[in-house]
Design a protein around this ligand. Structure first.
Ligand code: GLN
Length: 277
């Protein structure tokens, strides 16, 4: 079949953008380039793979797991069903964290990404900032495997720790960042998320707060004298996470920030970074 025939075939079953992405990925083009190759004949094995991938998408699989890739903050990350698919919202956490690190730190910064999954957050910080010593931590060995491959692929020299949050961590850090599982046990989420992404990376107990509590219980033993803490949170959790921080770290400067859609999405702790007036 030709590229054009395959696109027509694909568009009948799935969204045309997805058909383009799958075919371009199989042929090693960028999706826009496909139009220059409409009459190119595609080998039978590639046609079959394409059809299988279309069937997987029709079956409710996220396209990122089908292609095994996702773009995050301008870099390509490998993903599989052992890790959460990095989200656009999380790019905003990274962006804001970069801003804070540039504002408050001048020398090398040690950063730990708790529950790193694919490693998208920590690896991106390493790539975008000059002087980062990054540690990627996850409870899942399979997730750490993905993070390891991403660090290798992005040429980032990272350390890896398999641990349930701080339980196996000895050191202190300048920056502690986490996008932990924070969905509430009974929260309605899209089927495509619920049926495909690892529940261990999604759910944070009844109120979705269990992992913040787990982190905050131990965090003071792992914060350097000056320390930035950055959490992604669910849209309804701003006040709850703020209150938890006041409970475990009374008197800290805490900022709850909104995403581009105007929802509470990030919480920062500025530990000895700003003068209290
Ligand atoms: N933001 C993700 C979602 O809405 C959840 C990620 C998480 O729990 N950390 O599916």
């Amino acid at each position: 079949m030709t590229v054009e025939e395959l696109l027509i075939y694909g568009k009948k079953q799935i969204h045309s953008d997805h058909a383009k992405i799958l075919l371009a990925d199989l042929l090693g083009y960028n999706p826009l380039e496909l139009l220059n190759h409409l009459n190119t004949k595609v080998a039978d094995d590639k046609c079959n793979m394409y059809k299988e991938e279309i069937a997987a998408i029709e079956d409710g699989r996220p396209i990122q797991y089908v292609t095994g890739k996702v773009n995050f903050y301008g870099n390509q990350f490998l993903v599989n069903e052992n890790v959460l698919i990095p989200r656009f919202e999380t790019e905003q956490l990274v962006e804001k964290t970069i801003e804070y690190i540039n504002r408050y730190f001048t020398d090398k910064v040690s950063v730990i990404d708790l529950g790193c999954g694919s490693g998208a957050i920590g690896i991106t910080l390493s790539k975008k900032l000059k002087n980062v010593d990054i540690t990627l931590l996850d409870i899942s060995k399979k997730a750490l495997n993905v993070a390891y491959r991403n660090a290798l692929y992005q040429e980032v020299d990272a350390k890896f720790i398999e641990s349930d949050m701080f339980s196996k961590v000895a050191k202190k850090y300048d920056v502690i960042i986490s996008n932990p599982p924070y969905i509430k046990t009974n929260e309605e989420i899209e089927d495509i998320v619920k049926n495909n992404e690892p529940s261990i990376a999604l759910y944070g107990g009844e109120e979705g707060l269990d992992l913040y509590i787990k982190i905050l219980k131990d965090i003071k033993y792992h914060m350097n004298d000056r320390c930035l803490v950055a959490f992604e949170i669910g849209a309804t959790q701003g006040m709850d996470v703020y209150n938890l921080i006041q409970k475990y770290l009374p008197g800290e400067i805490v900022e709850v920030k909104k995403d581009l859609a105007g929802r509470d999405r990030m919480v920062f702790i500025l530990h000895n970074l700003e003068e209290i007036i």
